[in-house]
Write a protein that binds this ligand. Structure first.
Ligand code: FPP
Length: 222
């Protein structure tokens, strides 16, 4: 969800105003996604590298996340959204972790849209944690290293049980993956738009889905 800072700067506003406008874009996109046939939507809200930002910006982002969950969870539940999280989110502050756990429990049975928030997430960190889990099982004697397959590893990732993404969408003209779903994006279609995240809306999402629909997908075959 890139471009919040630039959106704010263009308006001579503090960065937090860009992040606040970014939350409005989250609302619009979550509402539009099921209408466009999207079943799973993953939002990269806070990366394991975002801790490098100044403490007040980190605190603003955590505050916005806290506020978003508190104010939206009832509506999300009413609208059939299942909320879940990937990343090392359990290492966040205990009161936030409790809020996230409660939101997850409340919405666990919903099926209209799976909304995944990547929190304290990094694709490399996720793979390291999966490697540790596999190593621990091997040491315990419950897993034969020679029997490890692509599926064995995929089952230890935070996204276990979820389909790999069909489309990875990047806003604000960036052309990097930035440590997002590195393993899972192996055959994802990449769409980049110059739109800054706070300006993103239903029409922009529909445009990205339309671009996706023009792609021929071969998954390495012919
Ligand atoms: C990147 O833009 C954006 C982030 C690091 C945070 C994204 C967070 C939100 C949209 C709000 C909180 C999330 C939820 C789900 C409630 P940037 O700051 O790097 O912008 P720039 O590249 O223009 O500087």
């Amino acid at each position: 969800m890139d471009g919040n800072g630039r959106w704010a700067k263009a308006r001579r506003l503090p960065r937090v105003a860009g992040h606040r406008a970014g939350v409005e874009a989250v609302r619009r996109v979550v509402e539009a996604a099921p209408d466009l046939g999207i079943e799973v939507l993953t939002l990269y809200a806070f990366s394991s590298e975002n801790w490098k930002r100044p403490a007040d910006e980190v605190s603003d982002l955590m505050g916005l996340l806290n506020h978003y969950i508190r104010s939206e969870v009832k509506d999300l539940h009413k609208n059939g959204v299942r909320l879940d999280f990937i990343g090392d989110w359990k290492a966040l502050k205990p009161d936030l972790v409790k809020l996230l756990e409660d939101a997850r429990t409340l919405t666990a049975g919903n099926e209209k849209l799976v909304l995944i928030m990547a929190l304290n997430y990094g694709g490399q960190d996720e793979m390291v944690r999966a490697a540790r889990a596999l190593a621990a099982e091997a040491v315990a004697g419950t897993l034969d290293p020679a029997a490890i397959t692509i599926d064995t590893l995929a089952d230890r990732l935070d996204t276990a049980g979820l389909p790999p993404p069909d489309l990875v969408l990047r806003t604000s003209g960036e052309m990097r993956l930035s440590n997002f779903l590195l393993w899972q994006s192996a055959y994802a279609e990449f769409v980049a738009t110059d739109t800054l995240w706070p300006d993103f809306d239903r029409a922009a999402l529909a445009g990205a889905v339309a671009e996706f629909a023009t792609r021929e997908r071969r998954f390495g075959g012919r």
